[in-house]
Design a protein around this ligand. Structure first.
Ligand code: AMP
Length: 268
């Protein structure tokens, strides 16, 4: 990507509530095309047409951008979301998250992690040992921002995902978001399932296990989804960690291995 880069972010709401969001890092030439795509997405969302759409475009200082690689992608086939959540919990446990923290995160996401019982706009921050919630605002959560793929990495990812029958914006964007989360000092793992009622897949990501997808982490039709970032217990500076997630610009110029789906075996 040549020339200065811009962060372009979209937030859309309906009836005063968060509906949809999107993120890119882009050259000046590409901003118009991306903005048009974001507006289209906000107007055509599964849960309704946005009433308010906010676009924010800010130049990013080139020297601040860090480069990195996407994690490897695995898909484990599960029969239903019950099995999916058991499998996700097993991976999180292997990644150093306690059962207490896993159960707390899943219970919060399943019942709507915001104080009004709806989905949050961003992610929960959860202490990986004692399960305490650490995000300062439990309705907003923390939104990861200013990350994207280089054009070449994007093309490689599209081709690789197409070969697996998996190419869609959900997977590409979630993989990019998870990649940034995994570079964040102090975060050991992430758990996510979507708030789109028609999209039941979700994932767990960690440095050791990579990005591990499950086709079912919630029942079809459920509007409750969320994200949990599990923090290594200790004395990490919370405001520094939040600032990194929200503002550190990261471009991923390499993709990881993309593995074919395989049945989940409880022994993994
Ligand atoms: P989605 O995968 O877009 O359906 O989002 C699922 C959930 O992840 C949402 O309900 C939010 O709680 C959270 N989320 C969405 N986008 C972000 C983001 N950029 N940063 C942190 N959390 C997010």
């Amino acid at each position: 990507m040549k020339g200065p880069l811009f962060s372009i972010r979209m937030q859309a709401s309906l009836h005063g509530r968060h509906l949809s969001g999107a993120e890119h890092l882009s050259t000046a030439e590409d901003l118009e095309r991306l903005a048009a795509g974001m507006v289209k997405r906000a107007l055509g969302h599964m849960r309704g047409r946005a009433e308010k759409i906010q676009l924010t475009i800010e130049e990013v200082a080139t020297g601040q951008i860090d480069y990195g690689a996407l994690p490897d992608l695995h898909t484990y086939l599960v029969d239903d979301y019950h099995q999916g959540r058991r499998a996700a919990a097993a991976i999180l446990l292997k990644s150093g998250v306690s059962s207490l923290a896993i159960d707390g995160a899943m219970a919060a996401m399943a019942s709507g992690a915001a104080p009004d019982g709806r989905s949050m706009r961003g992610a929960m921050l959860i202490d990986a040992k004692n399960g305490n919630r650490l995000e300062p605002d439990q309705a907003r959560g923390v939104r990861v921002s200013r990350m994207d793929l280089t054009e070449q990495a994007q093309q490689e990812l599209i081709l690789g995902l197409q070969a697996l029958g998996l190419d869609n914006a959900h997977v590409r964007e979630a993989l990019t978001l998870a990649a940034k989360v995994l570079t964040t000092p102090g975060i050991v793992a992430e758990l996510c399932w979507s708030d789109d009622p028609g999209y039941t897949a979700g994932y767990v990501a960690s440095a050791q296990q990579g990005y591990v997808r499950f086709p079912h982490l919630k029942p079809i039709g459920d509007e409750r989804g969320g994200r949990a970032f599990f923090l290594a217990s200790g004395e990490q500076d919370l405001s520094e960690l939040i600032d990194y997630l929200q503002t550190k610009p990261m471009l991923f110029d390499r993709i990881g291995q993309l593995y074919r789906a395989q049945p989940w075996g409880e022994e993994l």
